[in-house]
Design a protein around this ligand. Structure first.
Ligand SMILES: *[C@@H]1O[C@H](CO)[C@@H](O)[C@H](O)[C@H]1NC(C)=O
Ligand SMILES: *[C@@H]1O[C@H](CO)[C@@H](O)[C@H](O)[C@H]1NC(C)=O
Ligand SMILES: *[C@@H]1O[C@H](CO)[C@@H](O)[C@H](O)[C@H]1NC(C)=O
Ligand SMILES: *[C@@H]1O[C@H](CO)[C@@H](O)[C@H](O)[C@H]1NC(C)=O
Length: 345
C-alpha cells in the first residue's frame, strides 16, 4: 500500500528534475580590441603591463559620456553598457589573471637547468638549504608582488579602475601569498574587500614536481586565516600523485570546470584570479584567448563574453595521469632538449 505514493513521488521527482535540469553549457569568447595583449601583433616576451596601463588600449567607446575622465572609467561604462544591452543568456566579465611572483622552485630550475630540475631535483622536496615543495616566494617574488600592489594603488587612485569584486586563488602557497601581497592595504570599496576564495582547480598543472603538491587545509588556514575555502576542500591534497602528471587535455577540462563554477555562482563583473603560468595558459585556451606567456609576477586582463547555450557542451573525456620518467642522478645537460628525461647520466 506504500508503493503507489512512492511511485507517484518518483514520477514527480523525475518530471521535476527533467524540467529543472535542461542541460546547458557556457561558451567563452574574448572581446577583442580592448587590451594590447589580445592583439596578435603584441609580443608577449618582455611586455610590461605596468608601463602600459595594464595594456588597456586608448580609444573611445560608443558608450562614452563626459562623466568618465579616464580610460578605465570609460571601459567600466562600456562594460556596463554591454551587460545592459546583451541577451539574457550573455554576460561580460573582466578577468584579471595574475601569476605568482618568483618561488623557490623557479629559482631552483634556473640554478640547476631545466633537464636536471625536471628529471631529478623537482621530484625532491628540496636540497639541504632550500625547500621547494609547495614553494614559498623568494625575496624577488615578494618584491614582484609588492610592485604589483603599488601598480594597483596607482590604478585605483589615478586611473579610477574598477577593482575586482571577487578574488580567487590557487591553493598553492606562492599564489596565496602573492594575492595577499598584491591586494592588501589598498583603498578597496567596503562592499568588495579582499577576501579570496581558494579553489582547487586554479592550481598549477599537476606534475611529478613537489612544487605542485599543496599543503594541508589546516596549514593554509593557519597562514592565511582570512581566506575562504571552496565547498568540499579536503584536508590533504587529493590530486597530486607521486611521479605522475595530469595531461594538458585534462588540465583544460578542469580549467573549464572551475570557470563554469565561477560563472555559474558569482555574478561579479570584475574578478581576480591568482594562479600559475601553466594554469593561466590553460585558462586562456579555454577562453579562446591567444597564447600570451606571463613572467613571474605578471598579470593579464581579459574581457570575456560568456554565453549560456542549450544542450550539452562538446564531449570531453578525462585521461588517467601519465607516469613520469626521472633520472637516478641529475643529468648534466642544461638545454631543454631533454624533456622526456632520456639524458640520464
Ligand atoms: C615596467 O615598467 C615600469 C614602469 O615604467 C618600470 O618601473 C619597471 O621597472 C618595468 N619592469 C620591467 C620588468 O622592465
Ligand atoms: C594611453 O595614453 C596615455 C597618455 O594619455 C599613455 O601614458 C599610455 O601609455 C597610453 N596607453 C597605451 C596602451 O597606448
Ligand atoms: C640548493 O638549491 C639552491 C637553488 O635553489 C641553491 O642556491 C643552493 O646553493 C643549493 N644548496 C646546496 C647545498 O647545494
Ligand atoms: C564558442 O566559442 C568559440 C571560441 O572560444 C567560438 O569560436 C564559437 O563560435 C562559439 N560558439 C558559439 C555557438 O557561440
Amino acid at each position: 500500500m506504500f508503493l503507489a505514493p512512492l511511485a507517484a513521488l518518483l514520477a514527480l521527482t523525475s518530471a521535476t528534475s527533467a524540467s529543472y535540469h535542461q542541460p546547458t553549457h557556457i561558451n567563452y569568447t574574448v572581446v577583442p580590441g580592448i587590451f594590447l595583449q589580445d592583439d596578435p601583433s603584441t609580443v608577449a616576451s618582455g611586455f610590461n603591463f605596468t608601463a602600459t596601463n595594464f595594456g588597456l588600449i586608448n580609444q573611445t567607446y560608443p558608450s562614452d559620456t563626459r562623466k568618465q575622465s579616464t580610460q578605465w572609467q570609460r571601459l567600466a561604462k562600456y562594460i556596463s553598457s554591454l551587460n545592459s544591452k546583451c541577451k539574457s543568456n550573455e554576460r561580460y566579465t573582466l578577468l584579471f589573471l595574475g601569476r605568482h611572483g618568483e618561488g623557490y622552485h623557479n629559482a631552483a630550475e634556473t640554478y640547476f637547468g631545466t633537464p636536471a630540475w625536471n628529471c631529478y631535483w623537482s621530484e625532491l622536496d628540496g636540497n639541504s638549504t632550500v625547500t621547494w615543495a609547495d614553494a614559498h616566494l623568494t625575496t624577488t617574488g615578494t618584491t614582484q608582488a609588492l610592485s604589483v600592489n603599488k601598480f594597483w594603488a596607482h590604478l585605483l587612485k589615478d586611473e579610477k579602475i574598477t577593482p575586482p569584486q571577487t578574488y580567487y586563488t590557487s591553493p598553492l602557497y606562492r599564489c596565496l601569498d602573492t594575492a595577499k601581497l598584491t591586494f592588501s592595504g589598498l583603498d578597496l570599496p567596503r562592499h568588495s574587500p579582499f577576501v579570496p576564495t581558494i579553489k582547487e582547480f586554479f592550481r598549477e598543472g599537476i606534475s611529478a614536481h613537489t612544487c605542485d603538491r599543496r599543503s594541508t587545509k589546516t596549514y593554509i588556514h593557519k597562514n592565511f586565516p582570512g581566506y575562504k575555502f571552496e565547498k568540499g576542500f579536503a584536508e590533504h591534497d587529493p590530486y597530486w600523485t607521486a611521479l605522475h602528471a595530469e595531461t594538458s587535455t585534462d588540465q583544460d577540462i578542469r580549467s573549464k570546470k572551475v570557470l563554469d563554477d565561477v560563472f555559474s555562482n558569482d555574478d561579479s563583473t570584475y574578478v581576480s584570479v591568482t594562479a600559475h603560468s601553466g594554469e593561466i595558459a590553460s585558462l586562456l585556451r579555454v577562453l579562446g584567448h591567444r597564447v600570451f606567456g606571463l613572467s613571474t609576477g605578471a598579470a593579464i586582463p581579459v574581457l570575456v563574453k560568456a554565453t549560456t547555450l542549450k544542450g550539452e557542451g562538446p564531449a570531453t573525456t578525462t585521461q588517467p595521469y601519465t607516469a613520469q620518467k626521472t633520472c637516478a642522478a641529475p643529468p648534466t645537460i642544461r638545454d631543454s632538449s631533454c624533456n622526456d628525461c632520456s639524458c640520464c647520466t
